[in-house]
Design a binder for this molecule. Structure first.
Ligand SMILES: CC(C)(COP(=O)(O)OP(=O)(O)OC[C@H]1O[C@@H](n2cnc3c(N)ncnc32)[C@H](O)[C@@H]1OP(=O)(O)O)[C@@H](O)C(=O)NCCC(=O)NCCS
Length: 184
């Protein structure tokens, strides 16, 4: 069973280890700590059976635009709906939000498939967005966005996704609906 709950200070080392593998680098402890403290940020972790963290995702509520800041799942937990469950919870109630944006590497087709299922569509390229080049020597990001997260069409889409993932896994639960992480 996977539980989705807010990020705690004591989780940070585990998240850094996941990100080192998933992204090839990780935020500093201070940067993760900021995600806990800032009211505008909501950062969730997915905890597996043994209490081990298997993934995490965050959103920065930048006024009416929400920005996905990070999504990563431990390699050994991939393909089990963990990222889908995290995003379903993170984007659960987009009130006061008229746009959701994220950046992803153009070469990262797996992540783009995940985002497509949520209705994110490509809206542009941000040149030199990443500090590090990928295997094709690119530092560019593909910008993807959901234009109307309050529309009935989008809410229906997300509800369908929720039902599909529940049928496939039946085992993702939400440990805490708090809008803020709490230091452990
Ligand atoms: C991209 C990433 C976040 C996806 O995480 P994930 O937990 O594997 O994603 P999900 O399981 O929700 O969905 C991935 C696939 O598993 C499938 N899946 C979901 N639940 C499943 C289940 N119960 N059984 C079998 N397959 C399942 C999905 O259909 C999807 O299939 P696809 O590869 O054809 O698109 C993860 O691979 C990762 O951390 N990558 C490195 C970092 C990264 O790219 N981050 C995002 C860009 S910033």
């Amino acid at each position: 069973m996977t539980t989705i709950r807010p990020l705690h200070q004591s989780d940070i080392a585990e998240l850094q280890a996941i990100d080192e593998v998933a992204h090839g680098e990780a935020w500093s402890t201070a940067a993760f700590g900021e995600q806990i403290k800032l009211d505008a940020v909501r950062h969730l972790v997915a905890e597996g059976d043994a209490g081990t963290i298997v993934g995490h995702a965050g959103v920065w509520r930048d006024g009416p635009t929400w920005r996905i800041t990070n999504v990563a799942v431990a390699a050994e937990a991939a393909g089990n709906g963990v990222a889908t469950a995290l995003l379903l919870e993170l984007l659960n109630d987009p009130h006061d939000c008229d746009r959701i944006e994220l950046e992803v590497r153009p070469s990262n087709r797996g992540a783009q498939r995940l985002y497509n299922r949520f209705g994110f569509a490509p809206v542009g390229i941000e040149r030199g967005f990443y500090d590090r080049s990928d295997a094709s020597s690119s530092r560019d990001a593909l910008v993807m966005a959901i234009a109307e997260p309050n529309s009935t069409a989008w809410r229906d889409r997300v509800e369908n996704l929720r039902q599909t993932i529940n049928q496939r896994t039946g085992d993702h639960s939400t440990g805490n609906h708090s809008n803020r992480g709490e230091a452990a």
